[in-house]
Write a protein that binds this ligand. Structure first.
Ligand SMILES: [Zn+2]
Length: 209
């Protein structure tokens, strides 16, 4: 496996003939984790291996130049599944999540936000994250699993900031400005909501990072 810390997956493939130019294909719409665009790149140097990795909010799949359309589609599906599985496995550890929170707090909030607990929950379908400042507890929706890391980081940082400032006033957003991908992450989540994958509810007590 690669030492690259970014998501990456590889697979073996039989070779067949057919060729076409690199292009971007829309990914299947059935899974949250596939919400980002997929770019298929064909390489004549590549003989039998397929690999895939995340590049920003897109997924790049590298395949042999001679692969057929049907094989390409099959391998794109396989590689998306592999990447999503790796990412959710990587994100599932609550200890890792706590470490991530500590790092984000250090990096962007001067270490002032110190949550007592950070964990994934599966009963949060209308919110990406929530927190209880009195307890110092933060909960993230499992629906974030498989989304790009910068999106998960943003939601985590958003909840960390709520430990310092309740509500969404100017003081709150000033804290978030330190994180360079706030706007991009919000756009990503808005896109997911707009696509109808998550009902957008707001009201007292609801938090929409
Ligand atoms: Zn909020």
């Amino acid at each position: 496996m690669s030492a690259d810390p970014s998501s990456r997956a590889t697979g073996e493939t039989p070779s067949r003939s057919a060729a076409s130019a690199p292009r971007t294909v829309p990914s299947p719409k059935s899974r949250d984790s596939d919400a980002n665009p997929v770019e298929v790149r064909r390489s004549t140097r590549r003989r039998r291996t397929v690999s895939a990795y995340r590049e920003g909010d897109r997924t790049v799949v590298l395949i042999p130049a001679r692969m057929s359309e049907a094989e390409e589609q099959r391998w794109v599906r396989v590689m998306l599944e592999k990447l999503a599985a790796q990412e959710s496995k990587r994100m599932l550890g609550d200890a890792e999540l706590a470490a991530r929170a500590e790092w984000l707090s250090e990096q962007y909030l001067g270490g002032r936000a110190r949550p007592a607990s950070v964990r994934w929950v599966t009963n949060q379908n209308t919110r990406w994250g929530s927190c209880t400042p009195a307890e110092g507890s933060i909960r993230l929706s499992h629906r974030l699993q498989g989304m790009p890391e910068y999106v998960v980081d943003y939601v985590l940082l958003h909840e960390l900031a709520h430990l310092l400032v309740p509500g969404h006033g100017p003081r709150f957003w000033r804290l978030l400005e330190a994180y360079p991908r706030t706007e991009r992450a919000r756009g990503y989540l808005e896109g997911v909501v707009a696509a109808g994958r998550l009902p957008h509810l707001s009201g007292p007590g609801d938090d929409q990072p």
